[in-house]
Design a protein around this ligand. Structure first.
Ligand SMILES: C[S@@+](CC[C@H](N)C(=O)[O-])C[C@H]1O[C@@H](n2cnc3c(N)ncnc32)[C@H](O)[C@@H]1O
Length: 310
């Protein structure tokens, strides 16, 4: 028996999640986007498809609900929910609160007794996210990853994210240029991370069954950020966000048209900037633009002090 399985064998058995749901009379609340997975085969598959080395990692799970995904995380070797806490002392720390309002520092302070310990572990953010807050949460993490802040600032390789989204949102996050799904979220995410769908989850595995399917997306922060291009300065990510958002609000227009309206006092500059950013033609539409070209355009516009409508 391996040491890990010895520890596991010595622990009291956790009640089955289906029993916990029954014992505590848990009802999924739609206002909290609660759709639970009560099949461990599914949560194990989510973990396996993530292919993450979790043994030496702090795993931060958002919205554990009845805790089945939590069990799969623990079985994958990560550090250890209330009942799970009692059965696996010290491995689970629970923070009650709105994830959008919880400071990363609160999580770090719960997980690590000292500053020195923080550098020793990688961080993985995992979760079957509440669909109603998934996109704003991801964007806030992208900002933190870009700035190497909080949970994303512990090591040179920033925190990996393995997160379940509504299928349609997942497809937007990973969408390459020239696809129907290509959107603001695709460019924002792909500027900072390598993205891929690792697992498609059919609606039938959730209780209650949602109207839409879900997909697990893995986002691995790039070691060489796209917004730098070897320069000693870089435009703020928030400026990039403003430009990308503005451009996609006019997704049916050409890039030339959009940019000419942004640079009202010198519209003829638009073609030069697009050319310098490597955009093949002024007629290119926002969804056809590669992430690299968006980043170059952001750099050029920022360097020229161009104000982007918010
Ligand atoms: C889709 S359920 C997933 C539950 C569980 N992980 C599973 O897979 O069965 C989303 C969970 O996030 C929680 N949640 C909803 N809004 C939240 C918020 N703003 N902050 C933290 N958790 C939230 C819900 O209570 C629920 O437990």
């Amino acid at each position: 028996m391996s040491p890990a399985s010895l520890v596991r064998a010595a622990l009291p058995r956790l009640p089955a999640v289906r029993d916990l749901v029954r014992i505590y009379g848990l009802n999924a609340k739609s206002e909290l986007s609660q759709n639970f997975i009560l099949d461990k085969n599914v949560t194990d598959k989510i973990l396996r498809s993530a292919k993450l080395p979790l043994e030496k990692a702090l795993v931060v799970e958002v919205g554990p609900g009845p805790g089945l995904l939590t069990r799969s995380i623990l079985d994958a070797g990560a550090e250890r929910l209330q009942l799970a806490d009692a059965c696996t002392p010290g491995r689970v720390h629970i923070i009650h609160g709105d994830v959008l309002k919880t400071e990363h520092e609160t999580v770090l302070a719960k997980a690590f007794a000292s500053q020195e310990e923080r550098g020793k572990l990688g961080v993985h953010l995992l979760g079957n996210l509440p669909f109603n807050i998934a996109s704003p949460l991801l964007v806030s993490w992208l900002h933190a990853a870009e700035a190497k802040r909080g949970l994303f600032g512990l090591r040179s390789s920033a925190a990996a994210m393995t997160l379940m989204f509504q299928k349609e949102v997942a497809e937007r996050i990973v969408a390459p240029p020239d696809t129907r799904e290509r959107s603001r979220l695709s460019v924002m995410a792909q500027t900072i991370c390598h993205t891929q769908i690792t697992y498609e989850v059919p609606p039938t595995v959730f209780v209650p069954m949602p109207k839409v399917a879900a997909s697990v997306v893995q986002l691995l922060p790039r070691t060489k950020p796209m917004l730098e291009h070897g320069k000693s300065w870089k435009p703020p990510y928030i400026y990039h966000e403003d430009l990308v958002r503005h451009v996609f609000t006019k997704r049916r227009k050409s890039m030339r048209h959009i940019l000419r309206h942004v640079i009202k006092d010198n519209p003829d500059r638009a073609d030069v900037l697009l050319q310098d950013a490597g955009v093949p033609s002024g007629n290119t539409r926002p969804a056809e633009l590669a992430t690299e070209a968006f980043c170059q355009l952001t750099e050029l516009c920022y360097a020229e002090g161009i104000k982007v409508p918010r």
